[in-house]
Write a protein that binds this ligand. Structure first.
Ligand SMILES: C[S@@+](CC[C@H](N)C(=O)[O-])C[C@H]1O[C@@H](n2cnc3c(N)ncnc32)[C@H](O)[C@@H]1O
Length: 216
């Protein structure tokens, strides 16, 4: 089953199509097979690095919090006590697993099916908008950022954990060729979306995974 999930992108996209299309196909396959496969595939990464990344992502988050692209709920164990968390995703399979995880951990959050390109919330309704590995997955990251900005309170903060193109040019060029999905220049979108980068921190020695803190 897992082998099929890994192989699906190759056959769906055909060997001649580019990696981006294969990644899209991979995500679609994952969505339809269910969130549990996503968890299974991500499990080695989560065991090795996930905890440290997610602790850093959620440190100091409080008040009215929106988590975008909650997925299967990998961040649920790190939701701060007392925070009012609303968590959205477009995949029902992922959401139901996140709900299940939250119930098991006794965490209270409002899980909703919603598209980050068009969030069903009023302007300025959250103190924090948090997301991990979401901008790399959405169809139109600039539109998603505009929506994030719209629902963020004027004094609010955006926390994004993203895998991006490393600053090391040689490694960046290698990734451009073999895995462009993991070499996105996500930071270039922030000024266009009128979000200021308050801090940017590399969470691994190559700077592949970075934590961005943004403000309006
Ligand atoms: C790579 S997963 C990351 C999941 C989770 N945040 C984590 O750290 O494991 C990306 C998630 O974004 C969700 N997603 C993709 N496009 C979306 C959209 N337009 N609106 C809401 N969620 C979306 C996917 O369904 C998926 O659950």
């Amino acid at each position: 089953m897992i082998g099929a999930a890994y192989a699906a992108p190759l056959f769906c996209g055909g060997f001649r199509r580019n990696i981006e299309r294969k990644m899209l196909c991979f995500r679609t396959t994952m969505g339809s097979l269910g969130g549990w496969i996503y968890d299974l595939v991500m499990w080695p990464l989560e065991i090795r690095w996930g905890k440290g990344w997610r602790i850093a992502l959620w440190r100091g988050v409080h008040g009215r919090v929106l988590e975008i692209g909650v997925g299967t709920g990998a961040n649920v164990p790190y939701y701060p006590e007392g925070a009012q968390v609303t968590a959205v995703d477009i995949g029902e399979g992922m959401l139901s697993r996140a709900r299940h995880k939250a119930r098991g951990l006794g965490r209270d959050a409002d899980f909703r099916m919603a598209d980050v390109h068009s969030l069903p919330f009023p302007n300025e309704s959250f103190d924090f908008v948090v997301g991990s590995f979401v901008l790399c997955s959405v169809r139109d990251p600039l539109r998603a950022l505009a929506e994030i900005r719209r629902v963020l309170s004027p004094s609010g903060e955006v926390r994004l954990l993203e895998h991006v193109r490393p600053k090391n040019e040689r490694l960046g060029r290698v990734l451009d060729r073999i895995a462009p999905h993991f070499a996105k220049r996500t930071w270039e979108l922030f000024p266009t979306a009128r979000l200021q980068v308050e801090t940017e921190r590399a969470l691994d020695r190559h700077g592949l995974v970075r934590l961005y803190v943004l403000r309006r």
